[in-house]
Design a binder for this molecule. Structure first.
Ligand SMILES: *Cc1c(COP(=O)(O)O)cnc(C)c1O
Length: 242
């Protein structure tokens, strides 16, 4: 599989989905592609970077740090998109530009404290469990205001918006509805908190290889796409990260 040509295809698909957006309550028009490089080699990332890709998403801290060390000369925006363990918050706060899966005050506080010495605040998305799956991380929409109010006051975090991973078994119509609910939640936050926020919330991180076109039509501003760019992931039993 040729990474440059898969990337071009994904970008093409992003562009055509952007033409068909429902523009009500949209926070911004552009769509950022985050190439999800978990289980991919540093050389695969290098290849995508050479083809113009700047944002990369990783799920596992140690795996990401290894690749970042190999690629330190590249001006990559690193996104942490995996579940956040509290003993990994220092490494995450110091080695990433964005963290997408924040769903607890305690984790936010630890990221804030560890980010302290850096000049730029860490960009944060709050994860919503929009399909209300028992096994998923993320908070229920009813818990959103209290988490936003806590993060708003943390000086080293910049709340940018919301992230979700809907139940992949949902029918298209249901998925579409849940993406729309996410857009409405973000709109509500901007309306409700307005100038209390460091900046207006401009990010809806939703959509993966199987559903990013649909997510964009419903207002996604960041899509996290892995296998459609890099092909199947190959973790084997000895290399599986923790
Ligand atoms: C792995 C992963 C993705 C990418 O999944 P693909 O189906 O390969 O596009 C996106 N978001 C999160 C949170 C992931 O863990």
């Amino acid at each position: 599989m040729n990474i440059a040509s898969s990337l071009a295809q994904v970008r093409e698909c992003i562009n055509s989905a952007s033409q068909q957006r429902d523009r009500s309550h949209m926070v911004q028009d552009s769509v950022t592609l985050v190439a999800v490089s978990k289980a991919q080699s540093a050389s695969a990332i290098r290849e995508a970077f050479a083809a113009g890709q700047k944002d990369f998403g990783e799920n596992y801290v140690q795996e990401a740090l290894n690749k970042q060390a190999e690629l330190s000369e590249l001006a990559i925006n690193w996104h942490f998109i995996g579940p956040i363990q509290s003993n990994k918050t220092t490494a995450i706060a110091q080695h990433f530009d964005w963290v997408h899966g924040v769903d607890r005050i305690k984790i936010a506080q630890r990221l804030n404290d560890a980010r302290g010495m850096h000049s730029e605040p860490l960009n944060i998305c709050i994860q919503i469990n929009i399909s209300a799956e028992a096994s998923k991380s993320g908070i229920a929409p009813e818990q959103l205001n209290s988490l936003v109010e806590a993060i708003m006051h943390m000086p080293h975090l910049c709340l940018r918006g919301l992230m979700t991973i809907p139940d992949p078994s949902l029918a298209q119509s249901q998925l579409s509805l849940q993406f729309t609910q996410m857009r409405n939640l973000l709109h509500h936050l901007n309306d409700h908190y307005g100038s209390q926020l460091k900046q207006p919330l401009d990010t809806l991180s939703m959509g993966m290889s199987s559903d990013y076109a649909l997510a964009i039509q419903q207002g996604a501003t960041m899509v996290r796409v892995g296998s459609a760019i890099f092909g199947q992931r190959h973790y084997n039993s000895t290399s599986a990260p923790t």
